[in-house]
Design a protein around this ligand. Structure first.
Ligand code: ATP
Length: 609
């Protein structure tokens, strides 16, 4: 068993989708924090809403004045004034509405951008274990679709909420001022609208959460099968119809959930529809009685019924808003779940800035497992002195790549220490540690951008002349020069418009531009043709010069030049020495050498040293 704390991989997979807070508790404060930077616009929006809702109270009043005043008193002048007032109020309200629409969009889009920024910045700080245990599609879904859903809440739901609250408040004031008896009567049906809110909201919240999860599944399927590597696999195994079926099934599950979501609380909506008719009927009954008994003006009753439209309409909209809001919190919760996950190997307080390293590397009895029950490294110790080339060879799955991952702290060991220039790497700032390390992996990753942009990932400030010099050193200059667009050539998705060997040499040029003190090189296992092999071999010479190089070696030329060869097997270093010494030992290295290097290099070099 591994000592020490729970491995990060395990902690992250436990944390996924759960978050640290009790499920279902809405973190209002946290949500409001995203609204804070836009308070000026929000105050303006609220003022617009309040002003237009007051303007909205005027037409029923004008109606009353027209019926009870102008028409009853046969006063044409007053009629014109009242109608003019009605039209004017409507025009002013729509002009303010236009301006408010712009502000809504500004706030909604701004909040979305801020949330996306926060998510992406946090994701950059997540450890590799998170990315190996989470589907890319799920991550994409949260950053794009979930954040888009937040926009609907901000620009749609919250504005509807504020608008309707303002309309209801001003309408209630208006009807009580108009006639308090009728006002009380018309409020009688309101509790019927409010009581079912909580259960409907809860149900919606639960289904909304499941629909978002199902969208994760769909996005992951798309990512997996439509990426260049994925689609190549699908085509080569002729699995198009299976994949289409899988996609169809996932889509059907989503469809079912969305239908359930649309149906939640439909009886409740129907009840509200009925109340919208029943309410005015009650007012006509009470108002009619008052008109007959105590001479209440007909204009007042007509105005009252018009006001009721302004009361029930927004009230039912508000109920919809409440339900939408509660289910939208499922989306906020998903975003916060990600933001709450612990970032990678926290930097210690007072971490030391390494500056330019000497490149003295020591592994002291390092033990590490990706999961709690299985060790990948079991007591690895070695010393790489500045400028040395230290090679690691061993059977597949022995732990060679894992050793390389621990130096830049992609993972931290559970036991022992990794030391750079005398410092435990956990005492150094992550930035200063990684700036000193250049990595060339088996799987060369290039961005879908120009060669120049890819190279400048290694040196943002590098001039074109410096880029070309790096290309020369990495043996890729001839290719770049032969391309019509030279350094401006776009390399395609993941660099797939270039051959494997060309991609590797570009990656080598990229690290040359970074000019790190320590080089980690995971040589490609796939055999390249002899020209390509020679070009890479030559490119590696300047790459390893004057640097401490840790190399997972698959090439004879590398092991022959190595100062020390560590033979890794079952997570341990089982043999250590130079090529000559190890051959004499006639152990694992000797047999690996015979099986692996001899055959491969005999073909490409023609002879052995
Ligand atoms: P190869 O020469 O085939 O690349 P290697 O010697 O580099 O092999 P590693 O990649 O270091 O081997 O793997 C060591 C062990 O750790 C293997 O058993 C592997 O299955 C396991 N392993 C590697 N990466 C992970 C990971 N991200 N999560 C869990 N286990 C892993």
């Amino acid at each position: 068993m591994i000592g020490g704390s729970t491995p990060m991989y395990v902690m992250h997979s436990l944390n996924l989708g759960q978050g640290s807070k009790p499920a279902g508790r809405i973190e209002w404060r946290r949500i409001l924090r995203y609204f804070a930077p836009y308070w000026r616009q929000e105050v303006f929006i609220l003022s617009c809403i309040l002003f237009t809702s007051v303007l909205g109270q005027l037409p029923p009043l004008f109606t009353k004045w027209i019926i009870d005043g102008a028409i009853a008193g046969k006063n044409l002048h007053q009629l014109l004034l009242d109608v003019g007032g009605m039209v004017g109020a409507a025009l002013l309200a729509s002009a303010i509405g236009g301006w408010q629409g712009y502000l809504n969009a500004f706030v909604g889009e701004g909040i979305m951008r801020d949330m996306r920024d926060a998510l992406v910045t946090h994701l950059h700080s997540m450890p590799l274990s998170f990315f190996t245990s989470t589907k890319t599609g799920e991550i994409m879904n949260r950053v794009s679709n979930d954040v888009d859903a937040v926009d609907n809440v901000v620009t749609g739901t919250l504005v509807t909420l504020a608008t309707n609250v303002a309309i209801i408040a001003t309408t209630i004031i208006a009807i009580f001022l108009l006639d308090w008896r009728l006002a009380l009567l018309s409020m009688a049906v309101v509790p019927l609208m409010v009581i079912p809110l909580a259960p409907v909201g809860r149900k919606m919240y639960a289904i909304r959460k499941r629909t978002r999860e199902q969208r994760d599944v769909i996005e992951s399927l798309l990512q997996e099968t439509l990426s260049l590597s994925g689609i190549t696999l699908v085509k080569s195994f002729v699995r198009e119809s299976t994949e289409a079926k899988r996609f169809h099934e996932a889509g059907t599950d989503l469809m079912k959930l969305e239908i359930r979501l649309a149906l939640v609380g439909r009886w409740f909506i129907a009840l509200i529809g009925a109340l919208v008719i029943i309410g005015p009927a009650i007012v006509w009954l009470g108002g009619g009685w008052l008109a007959i008994r105590s001479g209440l003006g007909v204009g007042t009753i007509v105005a009252f019924v018009a006001y009721l439209g302004r009361l029930y309409g927004p009230a039912s909209a508000l109920i919809g808003v409440q339900v939408q809001l509660v289910s939208a919190f499922a989306v906020f919760e998903r975003i916060f779940d990600y933001l709450d996950m612990a970032p990678e190997s926290p930097q210690r307080p007072n971490a030391i800035d390494l500056g330019v390293a000497r490149g003295d590397i020591v592994f002291e009895d390092v033990r590490f497992g990706y999961s709690a029950d299985r060790l990948a490294l079991d007591g690895v110790s070695f010393h790489a002195r500045p400028g040395e080339l230290v090679a690691f060879v061993g059977p597949s799955g022995a732990g060679k790549t894992t050793i390389m991952q621990l130096l830049p702290r992609f993972y931290d060991p559970q036991g022992g220490r990794v030391v750079m220039d005398g410092y435990d790497v956990r005492d150094l700032t992550l930035g200063s540690l990684r700036r000193n390390i250049g990595i060339v992996t088996q799987e060369t990753y290039l961005f879908h951008a120009s060669i120049a942009e890819n190279l400048r990932y290694g040196g943002a400030e590098a001039t074109d002349a410096e880029l070309l010099a790096a290309c020369k050193a990495a043996n890729i200059y001839d290719l770049v020069a032969s391309l019509p667009e030279g350094l401006g050539t776009i390399v395609g998705e993941r660099g797939h418009k270039l051959s494997g060997g060309e991609r590797q040499r570009i990656a080598i040029a990229r690290v040359l531009l970074k000019n790190p003190r320590v080089l980690i090189l995971d040589e490609a296992t796939s055999s390249l043709d002899s020209t390509s092999e020679r070009l890479i071999k030559e490119a590696l010479v300047p790459l390893m010069q004057d640097r401490t190089s840790l190399v997972v070696a698959h090439r004879l030329s590398t092991v022959l030049r190595a100062d020390v060869i560590n033979v890794v097997d079952g997570g341990r270093i089982v043999e250590c020495g130079t090529h000559g010494e190890l051959l004499k030992e006639k152990g694992l290295y000797a047999s690996l050498f015979a099986a692996q290097f001899f055959v491969a290099e005999e073909l490409s070099d023609g002879a052995l040293v």
